[in-house]
Design a protein around this ligand. Structure first.
Ligand code: GTP
Ligand code: MN
Ligand code: MN
Ligand code: MN
Ligand code: MN
Ligand code: MN
Length: 210
């Protein structure tokens, strides 16, 4: 539902992904590939340099193909979405599924790309800041570190005084699939950013390119 609100954010590329109901998509698109990714985040109210508010730490990573994305991946044949998500998250960031289990209630949005026959399911999990730091530093011991995953990155959620450094510049990176949309939609859902902050960041982000 929240993803519909965010449709006007979509760039041409992102607009290839249409919002779809999670449960129905599993029934109706059995022949499609399904993938699940997750945003792990912690609220962080700390201010730094006397002005900027961190707001939250969000875990993304640089992928083998140079794009930014979230941990997660393709669901294997016969595997449930949640089990596949847990497996991918363990492979990519070394997170023990028994310590940080994902549930259906962590589902945020699902999108479908009819051209590539790919359904993307997105989940989110809020953790304490100390947990976030711990799992972030453990990432480099994961099986896929140095292969599928080249490095963790946090997301700058602030905009600097000049109006473009920070989130607007970050949003000009290349994002895999509709992960930029997933990021903003999820930040809105969890009140990490307001709609106005997102709109302003996107506007500033577009100005950088023009
Ligand atoms: P392999 O094990 O090498 O197959 O990779 P994987 O299973 O980890 O798959 P991957 O994470 O690359 O996800 C599969 C597909 O989903 C990708 O080809 C992208 O099109 C898309 N994708 C990857 N990461 C994200 C993400 O963070 N968000 C979204 N929306 N799509 C993603
Ligand atoms: Mn310095
Ligand atoms: Mn993977
Ligand atoms: Mn992956
Ligand atoms: Mn995989
Ligand atoms: Mn793999």
């Amino acid at each position: 539902m929240t993803s519909v609100v965010m449709n006007h954010f979509a760039t041409n590329f992102e607009s290839d992904y249409e919002p779809i109901d999670f449960k129905n998509s599993l029934e109706d698109f059995k022949e499609f590939q399904h993938a699940a990714h997750a945003m792990i985040f912690a609220r962080d109210t700390e201010r730094f340099w006397n002005a900027l508010e961190k707001k939250a730490q969000i875990l993304m990573h640089i992928r083998f193909d140079g794009y930014l994305g979230f941990p997660g991946g393709l669901i294997d044949k016969g595997e449930s979405v949640l089990v596949g998500l847990q497996r991918e998250i363990q492979e990519e960031i070394g997170l023990d599924p028994t310590c940080f289990p994902f549930a259906n209630s962590d589902h945020v949005s699902s999108h479908i790309n009819y051209k590539t026959k790919l359904a993307l399911h997105f989940f989110a999990k809020e953790v304490a800041l100390e947990e976030f730091k711990m799992l972030e530093s453990n990432m480099m011991t994961s099986k896929e570190f140095g292969v599928e995953v080249l490095g963790p990155t946090r997301v700058p959620l602030y905009t600097m005084e000049d109006g473009y450094r920070g989130l607007p510049v970050f949003l000009n990176n290349m994002f895999i699939g509709n992960s930029r949309h997933q990021l903003l939609n999820c930040a809105l859902k969890f009140n990490l950013l307001t709609k106005q902050e997102i709109d302003e960041a996107l506007e500033a982000s577009n100005r950088i390119n023009n």
